[in-house]
Design a protein around this ligand. Structure first.
Ligand SMILES: C[S@@+](CC[C@H](N)C(=O)[O-])C[C@H]1O[C@@H](n2cnc3c(N)ncnc32)[C@H](O)[C@@H]1O
Length: 282
């Protein structure tokens, strides 16, 4: 027999050896998941025995994490904007940095009462569109992605959050084939320079979809591809919110201007990086 405390310490030891920085924090989440209760509750009673099945479940989770699979993929979900999103190997794992887009978009929406139609280009798990629809109760939205597998996950997330009556999803290449125009457009395109991907943490380079990461040789290919669609898709009174990689905001602003949009603001994330470029159609 093993007790919860021993199983936890063994998980911590293996995670530390594998170079996982937050080993104790992750081990607590893992033991909670393996036992089907909150990890803090399990560790509140470290002398309690755990069953052979629970021990095996924990071991299987630890094995996957030791191979550097992201915890979000092992557990199948990640929190974003305090909501739970299902994630798979076909979706980018939502990043806290991207909450900068939500904050900026909601701040803009709060100054007006007429945000009715939202477009999310490259929707992935649907985290941007669904967080906005969760907050803006009178809005409806469309999420577009070139990955049919990602769209399936986004649609499941919409159902799980009770937002499927206001969210639609469509397969497409950025704005190609879209006929409508929108009050708000949010975009988090792939923006990592192709040559940098192999040097990223194995959690990213080995497990996240290349289609969601690679922005071509200089990281800007997807901005060049998506921005030309925006003047037609954005209502004249509308606003675009685009995520930019570190140091990319001047190039993104130039592209927006070149295509007739007016860059309005560069909003920093919590690390002080200009993460969200906003632009208006007027
Ligand atoms: C960086 S991920 C962002 C996902 C999600 N919006 C988020 O913020 O977590 C970029 C997304 O763009 C999608 N994508 C890549 N090329 C595309 C294209 N040509 N047209 C539409 N979507 C595309 C990818 O499949 C991926 O889901």
């Amino acid at each position: 027999m093993t007790n919860a405390g021993e199983a936890f310490e063994e998980a911590c030891r293996r995670l530390k050896l594998a170079g996982i920085a937050e080993a104790r924090l992750e081990a607590r989440v893992m033991i909670g998941n393996a036992l089907g209760v909150d990890g803090t509750v399990v560790l509140g009673r470290p002398a309690a025995d755990i069953s052979a099945g629970e021990k095996d479940r924990l071991k299987a989770i630890v094995e996957r994490r030791v191979r550097r699979e992201p915890l979000a993929l092992i557990l199948g979900n990640r929190e974003f904007w305090s909501l739970s999103f299902r994630v798979t190997e076909d979706t980018l794992i939502p990043r806290p940095d991207s909450e900068t887009i939500i904050e900026a978009a909601l701040a803009w929406a709060s100054e007006r009462n007429d945000v009715a139609d939202i477009l999310d280009l490259g929707t992935g798990s649907g985290c941007l569109l669904l967080s906005l629809l969760y907050e803006l109760k009178n809005a409806r939205g469309l999420g577009v992605d070139i990955s049919a597998a990602a769209l399936k996950v986004a649609a499941e997330n919409a159902r799980a959050l009770g937002l499927d009556d206001r969210a639609r999803f469509a397969k497409g290449n950025w704005g190609d084939g879209l006929r409508e125009s929108f009050d708000m457009i949010v975009i988090n395109p792939p923006y990592i320079p192709e040559g940098d991907i192999a040097g990223l943490a194995p959690e990213v380079s080995l497990f996240e979809p290349r289609l969601a990461l690679s922005g071509g040789a200089d990281g800007l290919d997807c901005y060049r591809a998506v921005i030309p669609w925006l003047p037609r898709l954005l209502k004249s009174s509308g606003r675009v919110f685009i995520e930019a990689g570190k140091g990319q905001f001047p190039a993104v602003a130039d592209l927006l201007e070149k295509h007739g949009l007016r860059p309005v603001d560069f909003i920093k994330d919590l690390s002080g990086i200009e993460r969200c470029v906003t632009a208006s159609g007027e």
